[in-house]
Design a protein around this ligand. Sequence first.
Ligand code: HEC
Ligand code: HEC
Length: 197
Amino acid sequence: MACVDCHMPKKRDKGITFTDHRVMSPLANIEGTCQSCHTQSKEYLVGMVTSYQEKIGEMKIRAEDVLVKAHIEAGAAWKAGAGEQEMQKALTLIRHAQWRWDYAIASHGASFHAPEESLRVLGTAVEKAGEARLEIARVLAKHGVTDPVAMPDLSTKEKAQTYIGLNVEKLKADKEAFKENVLPKWDEEARQKGNLM
Ligand code: HEC
Ligand code: HEC
């Protein structure tokens, strides 16, 4: 089995069979992808994909929750006067937890491509970020901070962006300028040649 079996299904046009080069979600064409091998219904197949995605999405949120808390507590520890040496163990744990999150989530497709492996990796991310929080609590206590570190309100994407100091408006404007001034106008050229709908 290869990527093309699911992401570039076979297509027939003017008597020629070829692989569809508009690489896209296999769910956009179940007959041409999943059902070229599976006899189950569309509903069953889509249900398998979404059920994996929901379960892994839940573990992703758990890992993010612990990771964010560990980051914010580490910030509090630096502020309380912690030094590089005493933070080393916690920093390594945070990094290892973050890498695991990246590995399981950043490729996007992993929740379907490798569901068990994604869950295993996210499980260890939760574990390592939790260990990091324990380490940081020890460092904080050494510096006289024994109360829980206050957590900011990160209930929406906008609030989280404001908290980390991201200037979204500027980033959007930069992106527009990049599209306008730097990117070749491939879509426009293709549309003129009638190659793009
Ligand atoms: C057995 C079918 C299958 C095979 C083989 C497969 N994929 Fe996927 N892939 C999927 C499904 C299903 C999704 C989730 C699609 C969705 O959520 O709409 C997905 C998602 C993705 C995504 C994420 C797209 C997004 O927008 O989030 C990428 C990238 C991806 N696959 C790349 C690959 C690559 C590269 C290969 C080969 C190494 C591959 N896939 C092989 C079925 C497959
Ligand atoms: C090239 C053939 C092929 C394509 C295309 C394909 N599959 Fe599969 N699929 C298989 C094979 C072979 C197995 C393993 C069957 C086994 O081990 O008994 C499998 C296994 C599965 C399983 C695991 C079943 C289980 O009980 O663990 C799921 C779920 C699944 N496929 C869903 C999909 C979905 C959804 C798509 C479309 C995105 C898809 N497959 C596309 C051949 C394919």
